[in-house]
Design a protein around this ligand. Structure first.
Ligand SMILES: [Zn+2]
Ligand SMILES: [Zn+2]
Length: 358
């Protein structure tokens, strides 16, 4: 019998339960989970801070494992058939419809109203749809991606990596740019790696705690500043000192703090670009001066919501072929029974990357 770690309702501890094995529809599969992850979103799910979440919920949106049973045939994007025993990950976003106004006219698949996300908007009533489990039911139409290399490198990136691929695309970084990353959590660290890959000459990072700033340097940041020991004006001075008095060409905001969005605007040069990728949960409002902070600066401020298949696919390719940076990252694994401990460690920022190993 499959085993799952479930959040029964908001603000309740995670419980381990046995559930019935699903009947497989044609075009579906049963995945034996090897690794799933714990990210900031899971902390907010446990705290009931995301709208439209069907509890009871099995968290874990990005996972890897082996296809244990396949019913009918499923194929990868190259048209190669998957076989039982193959090591895969899968796009956690399911049912992007490719038929609605957002999909077809705006070409903004991450805003498709039909989309469902494993471990977030699919609850336990929808089947085995979260990665904190011995098995996941891969529903028909789910896009699997073959993992040829060490799955730990892909999971070191986890959901933060496709998110960062999307953010870097939105930032439109030019060769030789100076990029500022606000936040040194998983999205911040992955954004540093990818900004350099994209052609940034230097990446600066403002974040905390020191352990994560050390990880930022390890990822290639040329300088870091600790937010715990500096005020906003000191941070601005530091950015200006490092950018010939102009500010960063591109700033990636990856903090989760509303006020950081305004700081991102102030720390960016005139006619530069700000990408907001750190506001996946509603943490409230902030205020800014539209004349000074935005219009007069001729600033380009862009939101960045979710990921699409292309971001996931590129994340899998990058971690397979440039695996060193991700293999070096410190991972901590927890069993299903330790899920509450994992959530607490992620919530307190005690770990760089937490994984669930069922
Ligand atoms: Zn759609
Ligand atoms: Zn996540």
């Amino acid at each position: 019998m499959p085993i799952v770690a479930v959040i029964p309702k908001p603000n309740s501890p995670v419980e381990v339960r046995e559930v019935a094995e699903p009947d497989l529809e044609v075009g579906s599969a049963l995945l034996e989970v090897e690794l799933s992850e714990v990210c900031g979103t899971d902390v907010y799910l446990q705290q009931g801070r995301l709208a439209g979440v069907p509890y009871p919920l099995v968290p874990g949106h990005v996972s890897t494992g082996r296809l244990q049973k396949i019913r009918g045939e499923i194929f990868d994007v190259d048209g190669r058939r998957f076989n039982e025993g193959d090591l895969v990950t899968f796009l956690d976003v399911h049912r992007t419809c490719n038929a609605c106004w957002y999909c077809l006219v705006a070409k903004a698949g991450t805003r498709c109203p039909q989309r469902k996300v494993y471990g977030i908007t699919y609850g336990l009533d929808d089947g085995l749809c979260g990665g904190w489990a011995s098995h996941i039911y891969i529903k028909p139409g789910t896009r699997c991606i073959r993992l040829d290399a060490d799955p730990r490198a892909f999971m070191a990136g986890g959901c933060a990596l496709p998110t960062s691929v999307h953010a870097i695309e939105r930032g439109d970084i030019k060769i030789g740019d100076t990029v500022l990353v606000l936040g040194s959590g998983p999205v911040g660290i992955n954004s540093i790696l990818l900004a350099l890959m994209r052609g940034a000459l230097r990446v600066l990072c403002i974040g905390a705690p020191q352990m994560r700033l050390d990880a930022a340097i390890e990822a290639g940041a040329s300088g870091t500043l600790n937010i715990e020991t500096t005020g906003e004006s000191q941070r601005l001075d530091w950015v200006l000192e490092n950018t010939a008095g102009r500010g960063a060409d591109v700033t990636i905001e990856a903090t989760g703090v509303p006020g950081a969005v305004v700081q991102a605007m102030r720390f960016t040069r005139d006619a530069g670009t700000v990408v907001v990728v750190g506001q996946y949960t509603d943490h409230g409002e902030t205020s800014f001066n539209p004349h000074l902070d935005l219009n007069k600066k001729h600033l380009d401020v862009r939101g960045c919501w979710g990921s699409e298949f292309s971001h996931f696919y590129r994340a899998a390719q990058i971690t397979a072929q440039r695996s060193e940076a991700w293999t070096r990252m410190k991972l901590i694994s927890y069993g299903l029974e330790q899920a509450n401990e994992a959530l607490a460690d992620v919530s307190e920022g005690r770990v760089i990357k937490a994984l669930i190993r069922p």
